[in-house]
Each structure stands twice: as C-alpha cells, then as structure tokens.
Design a protein around this ligand. Structure first.
Ligand code: ZN
Ligand code: ZN
Length: 182
C-alpha cells in the first residue's frame, strides 16, 4: 500500500526503464528525499518565526533613544500645561516652570505616552536649552512621581512596562488647530 502511493504521485517523472530496473529502490529514494526536505522547511519556518519574535522583543525592550529634539522652538507654539492642583491651561512653551494662571502653583507641560495595555498616560515634561539653542525634553514625570531623565524609559504607572510616546506630535496638533481656526 505505502510503496504504491509515491509511485502513483510521480508517474510522469518515472521512466518505464527505471521502474523495471528497481521500483523498490526508487520508491525508497523518494520517501527519503521527501522526509528531510519537509523537516528542512519546518525548521526554516521555525527559525524565521523565532528570529521575528526575537526582533520584536528587541524593538520593544530596547532602551529609549536620545531625548526628543524639537526643531521648532517651544517658545513659538502653545503647549498644554498642567499645574500641581490639576488646572489645565494653554501657554507658549518655555524652559522654566510656569506658575498656574489660576492658583499660582508650579505648572508643567504635559504630553501623552501610550501603554499597549493601559492606553494613553499623561506625562509631565521639563525642557532644557542645549548648546545649539534647541529645546529638548530633559525630564519626565508620571503621576506626580519623581522626575527622571528624559533619556530613561518611561514606565507605565500601572504595569511598569516602558511606554512609547504617542505618535501624535503635540506641536503639530497645535499648529494645525491654529491654521484651521484662523
Ligand atoms: Zn492651578
Ligand atoms: Zn500599562
């Protein structure tokens, strides 16, 4: 039963001369050839998927790159600010902390980071001026915790997984809104 199957599957390739010479050997050859090729394909697929998973893991866990650099100066655009008492207001960016317009407590620029599990998380930002005059995010703070360097990963306050900055650039959003409004 088993011997007849491979011979039926490849009737065109088999010349009648080969069959008459040694049909048994030929059948055995086909079976031997097929088995390692399937195993090779399987191991190749496994290796590819394993390397893809490793790459994805590396991309996720790699430390955050250098602090984001804003090519436009933060003094030129309105940013979202939030004071220690929770008041939100919009004002132009500046390197120094800004007193809240309502309660005079210190306020900080807020931006959004994103946890794949817990969604958008508000993160406070402090800026610094580099030697080239460009403003850079220098410190982050999550949920009124401690300030930490902007070069460090930003952990989710709920699951501690490093978060990615939300792809929306707040500077772009503010500019688009201004153009639409007037
Ligand atoms: Zn306030
Ligand atoms: Zn989370």
């Amino acid at each position: 039963m088993d011997r007849s199957r491979p011979a039926r599957l490849t009737p065109t390739e088999d010349s009648p001369v080969d069959r008459t010479r040694s049909s048994r050997r030929h059948t055995v050859r086909i079976v031997r050839r097929r088995t390692p090729s399937r195993a090779a394909m399987f191991s190749l697929v496994m290796a590819l998927s394993a390397s893809a998973a490793a790459f994805a893991a590396w991309r996720w866990w790699r430390p955050a790159p250098a602090a984001p650099v804003y090519h436009r100066t933060i003094n030129d655009v309105d940013l979202n600010w939030k004071c220690e008492a929770g008041h939100y207001f919009t004002a132009s960016g500046q390197v120094a902390d800004r007193p809240c317009a309502m309660c005079d407590q210190p306020a900080y620029v807020v931006t959004l980071f994103e946890c794949p599990q817990h969604g958008a998380i508000e993160v406070a930002v402090r800026f610094t001026s580099g030697a080239d005059g460009a403003s850079r995010a220098s410190q982050f703070r999550v949920n009124r915790g401690f300030w930490f360097p902007a070069s460090d990963p930003v952990p989710c306050p709920q699951c501690d997984v490093p978060m990615e900055r939300k792809p929306v650039d707040p500077l772009d959003a503010v500019n688009r809104g201004k153009k639409k409004g007037g």
